[in-house]
Design a protein around this ligand. Sequence first.
Ligand code: 8YV
Length: 315
Amino acid sequence: MPDIEILSVANPPPFLLEPLQAKYLVHQRLHESDPAAFSKVAAKIRAIAASGESKVGAELIAQLPALEVISVMGVGYDGIDVAAAKARGVVVTHTPAVLNDDVADLALALMLAWSRQIARADRFVRAGEWPKGPLPLGRKMSGARLGIVGMGRIGQAIAQRAAAFGMTIAYTARSAKAELPHTYLPDAAALAAQSDFLVVITPGGAGTHHLIDAAVLAALGPQGCLVNVARGSVVDEAALIDALRSGAIAGAALDVFESEPNVPQALREMDQVVLTPHIGSATAQTRRAMAALAFDNLDAKLSGQPVLTPVPECQ
Ligand code: 8YV
């Protein structure tokens, strides 16, 4: 029986849970399922295994005096109180880079699905509508104007793919990136005003909360489509629903939502939106690579080795 104890605050896939259980005594969400039992083992817990959607607040960190590392299987770590972890000398790690291709692929897939009405066309054929007449015309994506909100690793992977579709690419980010050939705009509203597709791929958290608001959507305009593959919190969902209802924007393609896994009924009833259940990194290949990196980060720290991919604040 392994003697080093760790807490899992997510539901790790078997290809992460099994290697963890082979080496560590894993308390699977014990803090939620049995707080009394949890309080008895809390003093021994040396690591937390989390996912990109996990919430690890200051209160939980304070209950774990032996905690050394919080390993997130995901690139986003907006649910982790990194300041509280750092104040305690706890390192936070994540899994950047290994999911760039998948998230960028999904962004393009959503843009194509929306503009060429793939999901709607599928529903149309299955419902036997075709013999009654053609599907209304879609919209050309090649050559359209793409605005990218957030030009980090994944934003750049999206830009690369969009270039192959002959799209005009502009972006906004904290600062202009001189090495990129694309047009920089100072804020999301200015970018939206020049975009047919506005793709959101910025980190979540307080700094970007409701960055995409009614004003940005108004700037995107009645021909524009909003695509979100970042975090639900970045988009003001109520403002988005209003904009879709009033025709202030043409449509949206969304992989993330403010209260996942709950998606507002209003969005679910609209034909001009494409909805997916937070599957940006959800391929077998990428999830295995993320799991391996999440394991290696946790294991490195508990073996007294330097972690591989600490979050920027912990570097
Ligand atoms: C996953 C994610 O949903 O990487 C992220 O930030 O949101 C996703 O890749 C999740 O973290 C998988 O554990």
